[in-house]
Ligand binder design. Structure first.
Ligand code: SF4
Length: 337
């Protein structure tokens, strides 16, 4: 049997799925058999921050249920247009952390490359929903300044690929970048923050695993899963393939009202993550970005939920409950220890 390889002129199945993601609110409501009365607010909110959901994620959403926890993450609502005091466009201080074109440097020993502004999904609570990717992400053709910055920062041990979603970038480009990182002796780890293995599990294909496997740097993939319902069979297969390829898998979730603000759901998520080779890493309080106030779980309630979660799971299945504060030297844990 002759193995089929993919030439540079071909489009990978995941790229076709990315291109076919639903971006029209009317189509979304029709597919999910939802009340057409939701259309007006959804259209208005998606003008400010476009709707985007891949079909593979839509298949995990219950039909006809406006409260489905996966739907809540992607459905534009009129509440996004309210201006809420205490919420802003750059809640984590990204703009102040720009070190050079395409690089954010907040914490010691790690630097973050904004390799793209594209994502497989537009999460309605996204802390970067107002981020000016055009001016602040890695220029498509010339990452020289970013690579020079990494080379000059001899205390940088870990390079983080972020965005947007770095795995929205085609593999030849990522592979090329990875080879440049290999040549920088003080870099030890390559961390990738991505929702793509969850949104479009077919993203974890031979081509991705091949360049990851060639990297001199130790690969760490931080996925972003908020609810156990997100983990279906294809996602399990993708996670297993990554693990088998030697990738360390961690998860970060955001505590979101109406999605996962329930200790039982969080416990189930931790168990299911571990069953699929992923360690729960962070449970973030919502970053207070303008347009997402309706997702906020206030700190006293978050602490109460966390206390209940602590009593339900083994210590190693307990994610760290943190918030990000602009200018702080690390994420801030809500509880010491
Ligand atoms: S995948 Fe990440 S960067 Fe993209 S919209 Fe969702 S939270 Fe934001």
């Amino acid at each position: 049997m002759i193995a089929r390889t993919q030439g540079p002129w071909q489009t990978a199945p995941w790229q076709r799925q990315l291109a076919e993601a639903v971006s029209d609110p009317g189509e979304l409501l029709e597919i999910l058999e939802l009340d057409p009365g939701l259309l007006g607010p959804a259209r208005a909110a998606s003008e400010a921050f476009r709707l985007k959901v891949p079909h593979s994620f839509l298949r995990r959403i219950r039909r006809g249920d406006p409260c489905d926890p996966l739907l809540r993450q992607v459905l534009p609502l009129g509440a996004e247009l309210l201006v809420t005091p205490g919420f802003c466009r750059d809640p984590v201080g990204d703009m102040a952390a720009r070190a050079t074109a395409g690089v954010l440097h907040k914490y010691r020993g790690r630097a973050l490359l904004m390799v793209t502004g594209a994502c497989a999904v537009h999460c309605r609570y996204c802390f970067r929903r107002h981020f000016p990717y055009g001016e602040a992400s890695l220029p498509g053709r010339d990452p020289t300044a970013a690579l020079d910055y990494l080379r000059a920062g001899t205390d940088i041990r870990e390079v983080i690929l972020s965005g947007g979603d770095p795995l929205a970038v085609p593999d030849p480009r990522l592979s090329w970048l990875s080879e440049r990182f290999d040549d920088i002796p003080h870099l030890q780890r390559l961390r990738i923050h991505s929702r793509l293995p969850v949104m479009i599990p077919e993203r974890v294909d031979g081509s991705l695993l091949a360049w990851l496997g060639r990297s001199r740097l130790r690969p760490v993939l931080v996925v972003h899963i908020n609810h156990p319902q997100e983990i279906d069979g294809p996602v399990q297969t993708a996670l297993q393939r990554l693990k088998t390829a030697g990738v360390e898998l961690l998860n970060q979730s955001v505590l979101l009202a109406g999605v996962n603000d329930d200790a039982q759901v969080l416990a189930e998520l931790s168990e299911k993550l571990f069953d699929n080779c992923v360690l729960p890493y962070y449970l973030h309080l919502l970053d207070r970005v303008q347009g997402a106030a309706h997702f906020e779980v206030k700190e006293p309630r978050a602490l109460e939920l966390y206390g209940r979660l602590r009593a339900m799971v083994s210590g190693y299945l307990l994610p760290r409950l943190v918030r990000e504060q602009p200018g702080a030297p690390s994420k801030l844990p809500l509880l010491p220890g």
